[in-house]
Ligand binder design. Structure first.
Ligand SMILES: Nc1ncnc2c1ncn2[C@@H]1O[C@H](COP(=O)(O)OP(=O)(O)OP(=O)(O)O)[C@@H](O)[C@H]1O
Ligand SMILES: [Mg+2]
Length: 336
């Protein structure tokens, strides 16, 4: 086998390595650090970087072993260059540089958000552009126009919190586990989404931007009104009402973007795309609008290295030794 890509993703608290043969995933491993951060109620950047340092090399070895290939068969090494936690990113990109330099292989730095989009290019049933992609993750929420495999245009994005961040903070407020999205979704399953009125922000705004800070504040006030005992009794209803409002805003904006009639296919990306009620609401919307919907498995929505390898197939390669001084970047502005 030739032409394989080894991909590494360490932008937040998951250490990820994958081997790809074109759009086909040969291995895709994730070593979650959630347990190391749970007692802090969120990701501690320095703790994340230190864990990546211990986990990345063994995970790369395991990914090669699971794929049944050796480094001799790897044609290029890809890694997330940003945006993300800078210390965490540096571990991944430095590991990729070291592996690539030792073998004089090219390095492919990858934009993390394009990675979330590129999860849709993977087999089985890769989605061909053009399509509209809603990316909702821990640090970002945006509507992306995907016209080819090489990049995307941001049509609208959050003006404050990301959808995943709102899930995580609200889950913490409700005394649920970390990461908050899955914990809140589980709690909400037993609740009534209409029990509490929560603001579905930005629906009258003519643009495609999002805002979730008002929803989070509304939940803070409901909890304050109810008191700790009341929150304990109504936790499922609070979670369900919050989730319904958040999903409501995401689907309202998607619907607005589709109204322009330009898009025949829709895809979801980012960790929040693993959310069951969001997937169901978007499926219903797409069916009503007669638009094709691509839903990748949940494991390809949250951070993973297969999506980074997928984006790398269409990203510029840096030959050895040009990348030796290449740096990771923490925020999207640096990428521009
Ligand atoms: N089932 C779910 N329902 C809602 N949110 C979820 C679910 N599963 C994961 N999430 C949320 O997704 C986020 C993690 O997604 P992802 O790994 O894509 O984000 P990130 O990499 O931290 O951020 P970014 O991609 O913006 O850098 C977390 O905020 C988590 O709570
Ligand atoms: Mg991510």
């Amino acid at each position: 086998m030739a032409g394989l890509i080894l991909a590494i993703e360490t932008s937040c608290d998951d250490t990820c390595a994958a081997v790809l043969d074109g759009p086909r995933i040969l291995s895709n491993l994730i070593s979650s650090q959630h347990a190391a951060h749970a007692s802090f109620g969120g990701v501690v950047p320095e703790v994340a970087a230190r864990h990546h340092l211990e986990l990345t090399a063994p995970l790369v070895e395991a990914a090669l072993a699971e794929a049944g290939v050796s480094l001799d068969e790897i044609e290029a090494v890809a890694a997330t260059a940003g945006p993300g936690l800078i210390g965490a990113l540096l571990v991944g990109i430095s590991t990729a540089k070291a592996i690539a330099a030792a073998r004089r292989l090219p390095l492919i730095p990858v934009d993390h958000l394009q990675g979330h989009v590129a999860a849709n290019f993977l087999e089985p049933e890769p989605l061909e552009p053009p399509f509209l992609c809603l990316v909702a993750s821990g640090g970002h929420t945006l509507l992306a126009a995907v016209r080819d495999q090489f990049g995307h245009e941001v049509l609208g994005q959050t003006r404050d919190d990301a959808a995943g961040e709102a899930f995580d903070k609200s889950a913490r407020l409700l005394g649920l586990g970390f990461p908050g999205g899955p914990a809140l979704e589980r709690e909400a399953a037993a609740g009534d989404p209409e029990a509490f009125e929560m603001p579905v922000a930005m629906t009258r705004d003519p643009g495609l931007d999002f805002s979730f800070s008002g929803l989070k504040t509304a939940l803070v006030y409901r909890c304050r009104d109810l008191g700790p005992e009341g929150v304990g009794e109504r936790r499922a209803d609070l979670a369900a009402s919050f989730q319904a409002a958040l999903v409501g805003q995401l689907t309202a904006k998607l619907k607005r973007a589709l109204k322009r009639g330009e898009w025949e296919a829709v895809a979801l990306g980012g960790g929040v795309a693993a959310n069951g009620p969001l997937r169901a609401a978007v499926a219903e919307l797409c069916e009503r609008q007669g638009v094709r919907l691509k839903l990748v498995p949940s494991a390809l929505c949250t951070d993973n290295a297969a999506m980074i390898g997928s984006a790398a197939r269409f990203a510029p390669r840096m030959p050895y030794p040009d990348y030796l001084a290449y740096d990771a970047f923490a925020s999207a502005e640096r990428a521009a």
